[in-house]
Design a protein around this ligand. Sequence first.
Ligand code: ZN
Length: 614
Amino acid sequence: FYAGQTLRQLIGPNEIPAVTIEDHPRFGWRGMLLDVSRHFFTTDEVKRMIDLNARQKLNVFHWHLTDDGGWRMESKAFPELTKRGAWRDYPPKGKWDYSNIVFPEKRSGDEYGGFYTQNEIKDVVAYAKRRHVTVVPEIEMPGHSQSALQAYPQYGHENLPEGQKSYSFCGGKEETFRFLEKIVDETMALFPSKFIHIGGDEVDKTQWRRCPRCQDRIRAEGLKDVDELQSYFVRRMDKYIASKGRRLIGWDEILEGGLAPGATVMSWRGIQGGIAAAKEGKDVVMSPTSHLYLDYSYDTIPTSLVYAYDPIPKELTAEEGKRILGAQGNVWTEWIPTLADAERMAYPRAAALAEAVWTPLVRKSWPDFTRRLDGVLDTLDRLGVAYRVDAPGLERTAFLSTDSVSLAVPSARRGWTLRMTDDGTPVTATSRMVDRLNLAPGTVGRFAFVRNRDGVVSPEARVEVRRGGPIPNPGTLKPGLNVYALKGDFRKVPTVEDKDPVGTATTIDLSRKPVAEKFALRFTGYVYIPEEGDYAFTIRSDDGAILKISDLPVVDHDGEHGTTAKTGRVYLRRGLYPIDLGYFDAGGASTLSLSVTPPNGPETPLPADWLFHQ
Ligand SMILES: [Zn+2]
């Protein structure tokens, strides 16, 4: 089968190269998850994802069938699960709201949702099997269970605050376990997979603390706390699943309160859970948010980051490393309402993941992958897949110049054209086609690739040309930049008045919690550029930051986001330039650093002896 996929990949427009290939995968678990609970995908859509993944030799399809947003697997024993739990009044398609999920008391027909009949499930499993893909079902417990508890509230907790529903199954009631065991029986009858995923993540344990039945269980079993109740819950399911000749797998929270003997851990909150489980001699599948959450934006997890991922952490010995079964990319669909959206998040990152789990480390090469990626994208084009294309890469994104500037631009791949505007409007499918840029001082050029077959527009690149150069020396200068601060709740970089500085800074490297939880900072002064040439400035920040040199936005990394990097490139002559760096933090971690890559140098923090203020 895999030789067949390789042959498919080798077929060029006019020829098939004559080659001999001897090949085998590095890992046995090469997975992709699709969440069909938050948004529902039809069996045809699910099959299409499985087929795309199989072409990349990904061999596990983790089907996230149940969650708070809806129950998607037909149960003959408990038909209310799909009659009630598969349809919600709120949130509607295209929206997600954890704090407010509403299921109808009585169906009106206007609800959002859907489910798979048992026959449809068997059909999908058989379809996947023909493509050498194992479908691993996930039935979430004890948390993420609002849809199930909507239909069967008797398996939830007691003594909840007035009007509050159970978010999780009650670990105190025997009937909860009998219910879940029956569901697991039905699941095992539909899915031949050795592994049965029981979720186990993000349990809100406050309800367990209140519930007298849960507290009874804690006392009767001599458990220490609710963490041990979680562990008790998972151990019971582990024992049950093992008694049927299958294996339990769950998210890394199943480590809390002690890991069940037969359990396999899927490490998502970073890699620490995976490391801990592997050191205990337990099997592990890596799926960390940092690299493999494919619902995160491409700015946060670019394709190159997925490609670079090594599932075996360096903390493990060679022996412990054998416990890593492989890795998996996850497409959670809170904000992914349609198949096209899911495809765009998955591809081309899933192709990068496929190599990260197949290719030996020594054979991995990002430049080689990007060359071969064109072939993958040709196939995706032929199949009509809505994959993501990066913004055009530009040598420079900003110019301070007294003359018009001209620069070469990257050529579009087959089937796409490069288009631009210079009047401030967004690029559309009918914008002007270009292959070289000429921009006068005072203009902003916006560029994007446009796909010929359907007019899809890639993310934009932006080039600004501002008339200017180094300024005359403004007189006596002191080292460092002035720093101004403002408390407040901001969503983007605000205007911070440049009076009453709170201090001066010679380095820009913030990684602590400063004055307040929510605040903005501004750094102003002059930067001395020691030699003429191309400079790249990189902001790493949480949340947004904007760097201006001579009022020219060189790096615009504005908006609310986690710690991510953004680089802008500008050609500068030798001399002194006004510099202005704005930053805000809307809560959570606060990080900010600014580095520079000079014309011939490696990237370094912006040197202290380049910075001055009056
Ligand atoms: Zn309870």
